[in-house]
Ligand binder design. Structure first.
Ligand SMILES: Cc1ncc(COP(=O)(O)O)c(C=O)c1O
Length: 408
């Protein structure tokens, strides 16, 4: 008797059949889609810092400084929780925002995204319910799902997640939430900021459920108007785990972010991290330390706010010029961050196809839900292109919109 081939015609290969599917992020996929298209595309898709912002870091000087000062240490393995000097810097930044933290409460992570993944490992068991606003950061939805959690998406508006709706939904389902995930400032993708009232209401709801609150806050420093709101972790320290990142304010490629929690949670996250990457890139951490040692980080943030406020103004003006009289298209006006949330009267995936043909890109709204909702909305990032390119990109976007409308 001869052995059957591993793949009979129409069969599934052993590798395909093994294991389980993984959820990814269409936001990340768009980068590949744009790269494969090639040519001249104005990208309103990426949530990555502008080239001008990266240049402000003058990283070549920093690298020379790091190698001269820290030498091989900056290129060796590091301590899992992070370089002590960086943990101090992060704790001090948190205290300036009213969060009661010392270096022992900090773990340095490979971006805020790794902190999210660690929190899914540490705080959720398969089948647990994670409550988020809808839409929300796509990669977080996938991280929680990949670790077996179920997602309860609750509507959100300009004031962030609708906490009463969350309480109602939990009551109706007769279920308890294990974890609430929120981006309180200049949310990705909607740009919304969680209001003071809702911050308190969310903490009260989490307490009533005995749930953990993840405050994922990488955009907090990028406020262009109005006053900062008190972070959730400054209102209730023992239930909130606070995440931040140097990706939006320094260099995303070095992958340095952090989590602030109690020391026991920090130890649990460190154990989980030890099976992933052992320690966050020491070179990346030393670049951040050198930046703080040799430059004025607050002045750097002032320069970034000026740069992005100008881009935001250019995007607002361009959308007004091109879509001001169009009834089916509207957008919001966040006080900071990288994003406008644009609502349309067409299918955003179809619109993206037409947009790519016209030389412009964005991320369709349904990428930020698990339910297939938000099909007529899109995330419009103004952070990367220059003001001139923003104006050109919105002209192309208008042409794409007109083409899709004409087909209907
Ligand atoms: C809300 C939110 N959380 C986390 C991240 C991930 O950031 P990092 O580069 O620090 O992993 C992003 C990046 O887009 C984000 O928008």
């Amino acid at each position: 008797m001869s052995a059957e081939p591993a793949i009979a015609s129409g069969g599934v290969s052993p590798l395909e059949a093994a294991g389980r599917d993984q959820h990814g992020s269409f936001v990340d996929e768009t980068i590949g889609i744009i790269a494969r298209r090639g040519g001249d595309i104005v990208s309103f898709a990426a949530g990555s810092p502008a080239a001008e912002a990266l240049a402000l870091a003058r990283v070549d000087e920093l690298l020379t400084d790091v190698l001269a000062r820290d030498g091989m240490r900056a290129l060796n393995y590091g301590v899992t929780e992070g370089e002590q000097e960086l943990r101090e810097i992060i704790a001090s930044g948190a205290r300036a925002r009213g969060i009661d933290a010392t270096a022992d409460d900090v773990i340095v992570t490979a971006g805020a995204l790794q902190a999210i993944d660690l929190s899914a490992r540490v705080f959720t068991r398969p089948g647990d319910l994670v409550v988020t606003g809808s839409p929300t950061f796509a990669n977080a939805l996938s991280a929680f799902r990949n670790h077996g959690a179920r997602i309860l998406e609750v509507p959100q508006d300009e004031d962030g997640i609708d906490v009463s709706a969350a309480a109602r939904a939990l009551r109706q389902r007769g279920e308890r939430a294990a974890l609430f995930f929120v981006v309180p400032n200049f949310d990705n993708p909607t740009g919304a900021t969680l209001s003071d009232e809702r911050r308190d209401a969310l903490l009260a709801l989490a307490a009533s459920q005995d749930a953990v609150v993840i405050e994922d806050d990488p955009y907090a420093a990028l406020r262009y108007r109005g006053a900062d709101l008190v972070p959730l972790a400054a209102r209730m320290r023992d239930r909130v785990v606070h995440f931040g990142s140097f990706s939006k304010t320094f260099l995303p490629g070095i992958r340095v972010g952090w989590a602030i929690a109690d020391p026991v949670t920090v130890r649990r996250m460190a154990a989980a991290k030890q099976t992933i990457d052992s320690s966050t890139s020491t070179l990346g951490q030393h670049l951040v330390i050198a930046f703080h040692r040799t430059r004025d980080f607050d002045a750097h943030l002032v320069a970034l706010r000026r740069l992005y406020a100008e881009k935001q103004a250019a995007a607002r003006a361009a959308l007004g010029r091109e879509f001001g009289g169009v009834r089916g298209v509207s957008w919001n006006d966040p006080d900071g961050g990288f994003y406008f949330w644009v609502r349309t009267d067409v299918d955003a995936r179809e619109l993206l196809e037409a947009a790519l043909d016209e030389g412009v890109a964005f991320v369709p709204g349904d990428a930020f839900t698990t339910t297939g909702g938000c099909r007529d909305a899109l995330r419009f990032s103004y952070c990367a292109p220059t003001p001139d390119r923003i104006a050109e990109g919105v002209r192309r976007f208008r042409r794409a919109y007109d083409r899709v409308r004409a087909r209907q």
